[in-house]
Design a protein around this ligand. Structure first.
Ligand SMILES: [Mn+2]
Length: 670
């Protein structure tokens, strides 16, 4: 049930931006210009957004899918006249006393990198399972176990998930574990985002009630579902909420809530993903079953589910703190040994990843997008069924379907991105007041709800300011997806707007870097103005968005395959534990465009005569007008092991190409 959006009218984005960027004499004027279809004065926007040919975009998408997207290059792209300064390199700095903290045989570059990430000793790097914060220290767990056991023999348990990868893996962990451990009846339900939206809504409870559950368990959602929990209780259904999202001012009247982000929680990590919370609850259930001698013979241990925990944790972009690094490392170890659900193997195979070699990045960029495509385009049940399948042939068929949905998602996304970026280009000449816009809202009637998050994310990368992209959600409502930059907590921004002007936002929720919200269509302009003002308040207190953090320079000897290998083995890298990247001055010796948008380079370290193979993926946004960079540049790059014709070679993955060597480099102490 895919919903390709109707033919596009990019000019309406342009007109909204134009309206946002004009000094707004009155709300009525602004409103009129927002909802108006394209007009003659918006012609520039319409022309500017013509996509560069439909051919080859699927192939390009397939190629780019295999790689983490690089953020906007500073050279070779259309200039945006905005109030942002040039991109600055900021070097992470470690403490000076790291000597002797690590084993002598650890690669010195890796020692520097760990130190810069706050690792102070070898024991901080210990990722064995006994390093996990104890299960019993997460509040609510004993009561959750009591409640689950009450429904073990005669009850019917219904797991209600969420439509993203974290929600899907959480659901699968619960369903697989409880079923394997002798719970009589365990089923799941995942809201279709187009029909029900997010969370345990009263509508989803009505649907759930038709299955006559005795207990509803929410995973990766529920903490803001006050009305839904009341509805379930009034049906006589008990409710266990397991969630990791930040609660609002009131919490639902559930029987039990497990959430490390409840106020007053003493649990030592607030970074657990939804699947991490589900895992903790299941670990406690298993322990209790063992104590009561109720565990069936040959039942799996809880660690069997770590493959799913690793996937959900990486996909949800929660910080990889020590506790999450244990969960992800252990899960990766199992997957590399092929001890994972057939669905994960099938998704890795379809993405051409060698299972014995996979990293957290592969989970994030090869597996998670295919799963998420189900929730974005169709129905997450397909993703859940894929991960629930025990028959490899069934898993493969479902993985193929997920792959098709992902191709479709990329096609829609590519078109929306072209429109959104063309709208952003209109920022070029908006008059002096417009340059003051700090938070940007984008809306186009043709946009598909499932992909506005991706649009917001890409545009945010381009303009380095918080962006909300809106799609229609019914007659007169808009659903928006917000993406933020370092230093601006987007949920708190929305919270502040809701406190000041409660009528502006119907619903919202989210994290520091991403949020979702619903607004009335006729209030969009008022909201956009309030959003801009609130972001301005925050921006005045932060200066992070124009900085790109690196781990400093490498010597020419350190730019080596051996270093790349040490870094690869030193992970998992991810959110809040960033994959190492470096900066340095290079002379570009040769360039070649591959796959239309990627730039291959041969770069030399000045005065050494040493040259390296380098590639910048998705570097070229407008092939027609592209001029390759030349001469001396500053590169921000990562080291990659590139396997080509059976041979492993070093390759620099270039994230940014910045002008010449004279840039000032700031330092930041940890
Ligand atoms: Mn989550």
């Amino acid at each position: 049930m895919s919903q390709p959006p109707s033919s596009s009218s990019p000019a309406s984005v342009g007109s909204l931006l134009a309206s946002l960027l004009k000094p707004q004499p009155s709300a009525t004027d602004a409103q009129a210009s927002t909802v108006r279809p394209s007009s003659a004065s918006d012609g520039a926007a319409a022309q500017a957004s013509v996509a560069p040919g439909g051919t080859g975009s699927a192939a390009l998408a397939a190629a780019s899918d295999a790689l983490p997207p690089s953020t906007a290059p500073a050279i070779g792209t259309p200039k945006l006249a905005t109030n942002m300064g040039p991109l600055r390199v900021v070097r992470r700095e470690g403490a000076n006393d790291c000597a002797g903290a690590f084993a002598n045989d650890m690669h010195p570059v890796l020692q520097r990198i760990y130190t810069a990430r706050g690792i102070r000793s070898a024991s901080d790097l210990n990722v064995s399972l006994d390093k996990l914060h104890p299960v019993g220290t997460l509040e609510g767990i004993p009561a959750a176990v009591d409640l689950l056991l009450e429904h073990r023999e005669k009850g019917k348990i219904l797991v209600v998930g969420d439509f993203d990868a974290d929600g899907a893996t959480s659901t699968v962990v619960m369903v697989r574990a409880l079923s394997a451990w002798g719970f009589a009846s365990v089923d799941f339900l995942v809201p279709n985002r187009f029909e029900f939206g997010y969370g345990l809504t009263p509508e989803i409870v009505t649907l759930a009630a038709t299955r006559k559950p005795t207990l509803i368990v929410t995973v990766d959602n529920g903490i803001s579902s006050l009305a839904g929990v009341d509805a379930a209780r009034s049906h006589g259904i008990a409710v266990l909420i397991t969630d990791h999202h930040l609660p609002g001012t009131a919490t639902p009247a559930a029987n039990v809530i497990v959430n490390p982000n409840l106020p007053g929680s003493q649990f030592a990590s607030r970074a657990l993903a939804g699947v991490g919370v589900a895992f903790y609850v299941m670990a406690a259930v298993k322990r209790r079953l063992d104590e009561l001698k109720l565990t069936p013979a040959h039942a799996p241990s809880v660690s069997q589910f770590l493959d799913l925990v690793a996937l959900g944790t990486v996909a949800d972009l929660v910080p990889l703190d020590g506790n999450n690094r244990v969960l992800v490392s252990q899960g990766l170890k199992r997957i590399r040994a092929s001890r994972c659900v057939p669905g994960i193997s099938a998704l890795l195979a379809i993405a051409s990843r060698a299972i014995e070699d996979i990293t957290a990045t592969d989970l994030g960029f090869a597996v998670a997008p295919r799963l998420n495509a189900a929730g974005r385009i169709d129905d997450m049940s397909i993703g859940i069924q894929c991960l629930l399948a025990d028959d490899p042939a069934v898993a493969r068929t479902l993985a193929e379907r997920l792959n098709e949905l992902n191709v479709e998602r990329r096609t829609i996304e590519a078109r929306m991105q072209t429109e959104a970026l063309s709208a952003v280009r209109q920022l070029r000449d908006p008059g002096p007041r417009a340059l003051q816009r700090s938070g940007v809202c984008l809306f186009d009637e043709s946009w598909h709800q499932g992909v506005v998050g991706l649009v917001a994310s890409r545009v945010k990368d381009r303009i380095r300011r918080p962006v909300i992209a809106f799609a229609l959600a019914g007659e007169d409502q808009l659903r928006g997806s917000a993406r933020s930059v370092a230093g601006i907590h987007i949920r708190d921004v929305l919270d502040a707007i809701a406190a000041r002007q409660p009528e502006l936002i119907s619903k919202f929720g989210g994290h520091a870097m991403a949020a979702g919200l619903t607004v009335q269509r006729q209030l969009l302009d008022a909201f956009a103005k309030a959003f801009d003002e609130e972001v301005q308040r925050w921006a005045a207190r932060s200066a992070g968005a124009d900085a790109v953090e690196t781990d400093g320079e490498l010597t020419v000897q350190e730019i080596a395959l051996e270093t790349a290998r040490a870094i690869k083995a030193g992970g998992p890298w991810g959110q809040a534990f960033p994959e190492p990247c470096f900066d340095g001055v290079f002379t570009i010796r040769n360039t070649r465009v591959v796959g239309e948008r990627h730039l291959k380079m041969w770069v030399e370290v000045p005065k050494t005569g040493r040259s390296f193979d380098a590639i910048a993926f998705n570097f070229i946004e407008e092939p027609e007008s592209f001029t390759p960079p030349e001469g001396a540049v500053q590169l921000v790059y990562r080291l990659d092991v590139n396997e080509y014709q059976g041979e492993r070679r070093l390759q620099l993955l270039v994230d940014h190409v910045l002008p010449g060597p004279e840039l000032a480099i700031a330092s930041r102490a940890v």
